[in-house]
Ligand binder design. Sequence first.
Ligand SMILES: [Cu+2]
Length: 180
Amino acid sequence: MIGQLTVEGDGGGGHPVPLKFEQPLATPKVLTGSHVNIPVEQAKVRMLPYGPRTKMWTYGGSYPGPTIRRPAGHDTKVTFTDHLPVSVGGLSVHFHGDHHTSADDGQPASHLFTHGQHRTYDYPLTDNGKSERAAFDFYHDHRMGETSRNNWYGLQGMFLTDDNRTPKLGPADGQLRRAA
Ligand SMILES: [Cu+2]
């Protein structure tokens, strides 16, 4: 059966109104040192614009965690210390998209650290012996069987690698823009 739907009348005189965000984009602090320390801890984070803050598992007390920003080819060590409850179990941090050894890759079932312990990851920021290319990557929990839970709870942060060939990029005003 074929029918015809006829809509009559005018649009009511409405005009589209530009959408407004209820809160500014969260911009985490930026760490630039050759050896940075990031506590893994519970924190109450402003997620909803109003009402109570949200209890999350965080890198460094914010969501996303602190942004690590380093020049390519400059060795970078990141020490994570686990202050989450014992019941969370072992943690593993994967630097997504980077080149480094297997032991520093955030293996899901080995090289774990747990409550009260820390682990230092070594990232030379090289590729085949040469400085790697600039990249906008991120680090995140990578624990076997718990990766989705741990990421939903908040264990993610950005890692920017700069090189001399690529204009510097940075998160600003909700979008990537050229800062140079
Ligand atoms: Cu990943």
